[in-house]
Each structure stands twice: as C-alpha cells, then as structure tokens.
Design a protein around this ligand. Structure first.
Ligand code: S3P
Length: 435
C-alpha cells in the first residue's frame, strides 16, 4: 500500500500508546553496544531507521536480539567493535549515519557508509570537518549523487574545542562520541541548545560530562558501565501529530500515555499552548534520566504566532505538523531561523509551501522559514498530495485530511515506517477513517 485516502473526522476519541522515542532508541542501541555486558531495552522503537542502527552494530560484531518484548544487547566494550565486512547501510537515517561517523572516527579500522537517495544527498561535511580536526580521514565517492559512499579511516584522535555553526544534536553527538576515545577533553559549543539525549545517556552510563551554558565537554573514560535496563519513553515527535489532530478536529478528547517530555524536545508543546491549544500534562515523572508525562488534549481554536530563535531546535521536527496547526489558526504564523528544514529528509520549507498551497492555504517560502496565513477554521481543499518521501510530511498530510472538505489522497506513504510504523493503527484507534 503506497497511497491512502483519508476522510474527514467528526471527532477523535481514545487513549493512545505511542512507540518509543526514535532519538533515544538509536542512542540506546549505540551505548549498549559500547558498554560491557548485557543491556535490556524496553519500548525500543522498531522503525526502519532504528533497525538500520541495529544492523550496523550487528555488522560490527555486536549481538542484538529481541526476546519477547525486550531487546537484549550484548555490549562489546569501548574496544570491542570489529571491522564491518560490508558497507554499512543507514537507510533514511541521518542519526545512524552521523553518530556512527563519530564512533568510526576512533576505531582502528576502515569502514564505508551509505544510505538511501535522500540521505546520500544530506550534508555530512558538518560532521566530517570536526572529526577531521580530531584526526579522522575521509574519502567520498559519488558526492552530490544518490549513491554516495563515504569511507572513513579511524585512528587515534585528539580532543578539540569545537564551535558548531549549527544547533544540531547529530553533530554534537558525533563529536562527543568521538571524544570517548580522544586524547584529552573534547568540547562542543552550539549556537542554541539542541536535544540533549546523548549527554543524558553518557551520564547514565557513568561518563563524566561538564556543561557550561551552550558548551558540553567529555573526558574519555576507560570503559562505560551500564544501567542494565533502559526504558524508552514514547516519542514526543510522534505524539505531536495527534496533539494537533485532536486540537483541530471538533469535539475531540484524547489521552497519550507516558510521552517523553525532555524540555529540549517539547518546543511544540509551548507553541501549541501559546496558540490556544488545550493540553494538560498528568503523572509527570523522570524515568531513565528523561522527563515523562501523560498528555490530555481537547479541541480548541488557535491563533497565529511567531516561531523563531532558540526554540527552533526544540521543535525542528514538528514544524511540518505545526504548519498544519498554523494553517487552521486565525491570523498569520511566521516561522524563521529554521533554514535547517532545507536539509532534512526533503526540503521541508519547499514541500510545505507546495502542499499548503494545494490545500488552499496561502504560504510564502522564505530562505529560513515560511509564513502561513491561517484559514480560521475553514476546511482544507480536497485534493491529491504526495509525501516527497518524507515521513513527517506524510503524517502531517494525514492530519490535514481530517479537517478537509471531503478527504485527501496521499501518495508515497511507505516512508511513515522510518519513524512511526504503527501510525495508521493509532490513527484508526482514535476514529480516523481511511482506505
Ligand atoms: C536528531 C537530531 C535532529 C532531528 C533528527 C534526530 C537526533 O537532527 O531533526 O530527527 O536524534 O539527534 P539535527 O541534528 O540535524 O538537527
């Protein structure tokens, strides 16, 4: 099934359990592979992106298996990875590719990495530059093509103090990971704070970290000791689609259980509340070093807003679905400082302006964002749209269909399984109708 028709909904009702957080799932596999002994991981996201990370570590000699609902990783320690016998395939996953580069930079062997056509066109220089300064060597085949292969020769690394020009958790994480093997301290400074799951997990695995505002430093440990059980919270970025859906579809009330609410991820919650959304948080707690809470959302009308500055990295993945919220709001929403959207799974600024236009919304393309004129609750036009092969665009269009005149036909939806393989089940569970 690569196309779907979704019909407007009268109301959405019910309680959802959303799969594990994608960013934390990648890191759980990575850290458990580098630790000594066995780690049991609960609620791991079994999406294509995370399965790529699992396959890459298996190819480097780590035994990773599912027993019942639990994933067991037999860590090989900081010096136990083996040269991969094949090119490491990272699929659509930027996190797999960039974090792996950080690790491979320090290994005493050569490796090669590739991905799908979208990933092979995404920028890697932002990670290669600092890793080169640390001592890694790179060779790129097919730069600028859909079949790029990146060869990396690891070796002994030198710690650096790196001022990253972008607020990117993937860049920060790659450098911190390389720093686990470097000589001396490694520091990364970013222009504003990006998601900090790597820092939290390093701490959980007993690595000493120092933070000084936007700079974070790691000192190489001799080994990493593990909490033998990791429980992964549900993915806030996946929950965001349903937060917006239940806000926009009249007479809705839904509950989403035990969602990760790490403040470096929940910028969209702040923005939706500022726009007028009714979202309550219950049962707040901290689990495995991450904030978690149950979200209750009921429908409400929204007003346009300004999204800019330091909040951008805290909601970068939610801009597609926030744009759908903005398109239904009263007044204008301006999104700026978000040029990173141009180098995601697709150019999300271009794709959003195109798709919103098809839905009857006036949206303007800006170099670093977009301006959306809200329809004040008027329904979206019914039409056919495509995902541009981007999971977050496909799911945003599915939400838009719920508040369209007669529904939407969405093409190229298989990409949803890169981050949220049970998305359509959750959608149906709340009352969404599709064929
Ligand atoms: C991620 C970081 C972000 C985000 C991506 C996941 C991570 O990318 O958009 O979906 O897990 O570290 P950037 O680091 O490129 O901002």
């Amino acid at each position: 099934m690569n196309s779907i028709t979704i019909y407007p909904a009268q109301s959405l009702r019910g309680t959802l359990s959303i799969p594990g957080d994608k960013s934390i799932s990648h890191r759980a596999i990575i850290f458990a592979s580098l630790a000594e002994g066995v780690t049991q991981i609960y609620n791991l996201l079994e999406s294509e992106d995370v399965l790529c990370t699992i396959d890459c570590f298996r190819a480097m000699g780590v035994s990773i298996a599912k027993e019942g609902d639990i994933w067991k990783v037999h860590g090989v320690g900081l010096r136990g990875l083996k040269p991969p016998p094949k090119i490491l395939y990272c699929g659509n996953s930027g996190t797999t590719f960039r974090l792996l580069l950080g690790i491979l930079a320090a290994q005493p062997f050569e490796a090669a990495l590739t991905g799908d056509a979208s990933l092979n066109r995404r920028p890697m220089k932002r990670v290669m530059d600092p890793l080169t300064l640390m001592g890694a060597q790179f060779r790129v085949e097919g730069e600028g093509t859909s079949h790029r292969v990146l060869h990396i020769k690891g070796g002994s690394l030198q710690g650096i103090h790196y001022k990253s020009p972008v607020a990117s958790a993937q860049v920060k994480s790659a450098i911190l990971l390389a720093g686990l093997w470097a000589k001396g301290e490694t520091t990364v400074e970013e222009p504003s704070l990006s998601r900090d799951h790597t820092e939290r997990m390093l701490k959980a695995f007993g690595v000493s970290l120092k933070r000084n505002q936007l700079a974070v430093s790691v000192v190489p440990p001799s080994s990493i000791s593990l909490p033998s059980i990791l429980k992964i919270p549900s993915d806030f970025s996946s929950a965001a689609f349903f937060l917006v859906a239940a806000t926009l579809v009249p007479s809705s009330k839904i509950t989403i259980k035990e969602v990760g609410l790490n403040p470096t991820r929940t910028g969209a919650l702040d923005i939706l509340k500022k726009m007028g959304a009714k979202i309550l948080i219950h049962d707040s707690k901290v689990e495995g070093g991450e904030e978690v809470g149950t979200l209750e959302v009921s429908s409400s009308s929204l007003k346009g807003t300004l999204i800019e500055g330091e909040i951008i990295p805290r909601l970068i993945d939610e801009i597609p679905i926030l744009s759908i919220a903005a398109a239904q709001a009263q007044g204008e929403t301006i999104i700026r400082d978000a040029e990173e959207l141009r180098v995601k799974e697709t150019d999300r600024i271009k794709a959003l302006v195109d798709l919103l236009g098809r839905l009857g919304v006036s949206a303007k393309d800006k170099p670093d964002g977009l301006i959306v004129q809200g329809l004040k609750g008027q329904l979206f036009k019914s039409t056919e749209v495509e995902s541009f092969g981007d999971h977050r665009m496909a799911m945003s269009m599915a939400v838009a269909a719920l508040i369209s005149e007669k529904g939407l036909v969405i093409h190229d939806i298989d990409c949803v399984s890169t981050s949220f393989p049970t998305f359509w089940d959750c959608f149906r569970q709340l009352g969404g109708i599709m064929c």
